[in-house]
Design a protein around this ligand. Structure first.
Ligand code: A3P
Length: 314
């Protein structure tokens, strides 16, 4: 089905299960929770987006390190991304969100059937939709998918900080940690349930490793060079020299990006969110600063249960 206006999507949205996630409405579509202002775009993209064979789609649930890859993938794909001279580096003027625009939060949020023919190939996009809700052409074409995930404990802590930063901008007090934690454990959060999201891409990446490259934030932190080299090979842009890998990693490093003018003071044109909120501590194990023993135990057991037999663990 191809749809030229949003009315069909708003009608179906009105019939979906709805809950409140802190002060925001979440709708359950095909087993996953979406923010009300993200869902019509996801439905439109599913109906109307036509993938090309050389597209690259970055996929993730939220707060798993996507921004890092939103910087790294365009830098790998850019013929000038590995050069010594940084003066033309697009990251100097653009938040990584702009270099890998979102399907549902970008083009398909403002127009259910946008004309993307002006985009030069290879086109780079990102999405938070789960594997099952991807546009059909993404699955059937030769386009490549990169998925990134992260320890659910750190993912949750990062989500909580991010939400609080957004509502803090509107003068709203932080969401009590315990309530947010319970919601996460129940799978009720944007792009949740987390475990189903991860498993959908994980299982598919095992079936089709040439199609889906599955990454973990912790592996990137531990061995960034090794991980980025593998990623570049997957994308068909292998590095020739060690200095090129170092250059890409430096350009995309948290320290550099968070201190750039565009990321300190800019606002995301699609989402209206301050760019600075995408860059925080970027460490593994920040959950230790927030969790009680009981919280650690409960989420640990949930993770073990959900991932049992899958070959995934954290
Ligand atoms: P923390 O909140 O733990 O600091 P996403 O990009 O999916 O929204 O995830 C956000 C997390 O990635 C945040 O984690 C953020 O600090 C971290 N991050 C953003 N840019 C990064 C980069 N260039 N390198 C490493 N981590 C980065």
């Amino acid at each position: 089905m191809e749809c030229g206006d949003f009315s069909t999507f708003y009608t179906s949205m009105g019939q979906l299960p709805k809950v409140t996630w802190f002060r925001l409405d979440l709708y359950n579509w095909d087993g996953f929770w979406y923010l009300g202002h993200h869902l019509p775009g996801a439905m439109a993209a599913k109906s109307n987006f036509q993938a090309k064979d050389d597209d690259v789609l970055l996929t993730s649930s939220i707060k798993t390190g996507t921004t890092w890859l939103k910087a790294i993938i365009p830098t790998i794909m850019n013929p000038d991304g590995r050069k010594d001279d940084d003066s033309d580096d697009p990251l100097l003027k653009h938040h990584p969100n702009e270099l890998m625009p979102s399907l549902e939060l970008g083009f398909y949020k403002v127009n259910p059937n946008p004309d993307l023919s002006h985009m030069p190939s290879p086109r780079l996009f990102r999405t938070h939709v789960p594997y099952t809700s991807l546009p059909e052409s993404v699955k059937t074409s030769a386009c490549k998918i990169v998925y990134i995930t992260r320890d659910p404990k750190d993912t949750f802590v990062s989500t909580w900080h991010f939400l609080n930063a957004l509502i803090g901008d509107r003068g709203i007090d932080p969401w009590p940690f315990k309530d947010a934690y319970e919601s996460f454990c129940n799978g009720v959060h944007a792009a949740g349930p987390f475990y189903d999201h991860v498993l959908g891409y994980w299982r598919e990446s095992i079936k089709r490793p040439e199609k889906i490259y599955f990454m973990r934030y912790e592996d990137m932190k531990k061995d960034p060079k090794g991980e980025v080299k593998k990623l570049a090979c997957f994308l068909g842009r292998p590095f020739e020299k060690e200095e090129e890998v170092e250059k890409v990693l430096w350009r995309c490093s948290l320290d550099r990006l968070k201190n750039l003018e565009v990321n300190q003071h800019g606002i995301d044109p699609w989402l209206g969110i301050a760019n600075k909120h995408y860059f925080r501590r970027g460490i593994v194990g920040d959950w230790k600063n927030h969790f009680t023993d009981e919280m650690k135990e409960k989420l640990g057991q949930l993770t073990a249960m959900k991932f049992e037999g899958s070959g995934l663990d954290f």
